[in-house]
Write a new protein. Structure first.
Length: 84
C-alpha cells in the first residue's frame, strides 16, 4: 500500500502480487464482489468507484503491470472534498 499527497488530493494505491482476479476465476472488474462459489457478496470495485466519485475522486482497478491486481484512487482533501 502506498499513500501520497498530490495536487489533486490524496493518492492511494493497493497492489498485490497474486495471480490476479480474472486468473483466479473471481469477479471481473465490472462486477460486484463474489465469494468462492461465484455468489454475489456486495458491490465490490463498482461500489468503491461510486464512493470515490461521490466525494469528487477517482478510482481505477485492474491487473497490475507485473501481475497481480491493483486499486488506485485519488481522493480530494480539504475544501475540494465532496465537490464532485
Amino acid at each position: 500500500m502506498e499513500l501520497s499527497v498530490v495536487d489533486a488530493g490524496l493518492w492511494v494505491s493497493v497492489r498485490d502480487d497474486g495471480c490476479g482476479i480474472e486468473a483466479a476465476g473471481g469477479a471481473r472488474e465490472e462486477d460486484g464482489a463474489a465469494d468462492e462459489a461465484g455468489k454475489d457478496t456486495g458491490f465490490g470495485i463498482v461500489g468503491m468507484a461510486e464512493r470515490a466519485c461521490s466525494v469528487g475522486g477517482t478510482l481505477v482497478a485492474g491487473p497490475g503491470a507485473e501481475g497481480g491486481f491493483r486499486v488506485e484512487a485519488v481522493l480530494p482533501m480539504g475544501e475540494r472534498a465532496g465537490a464532485g
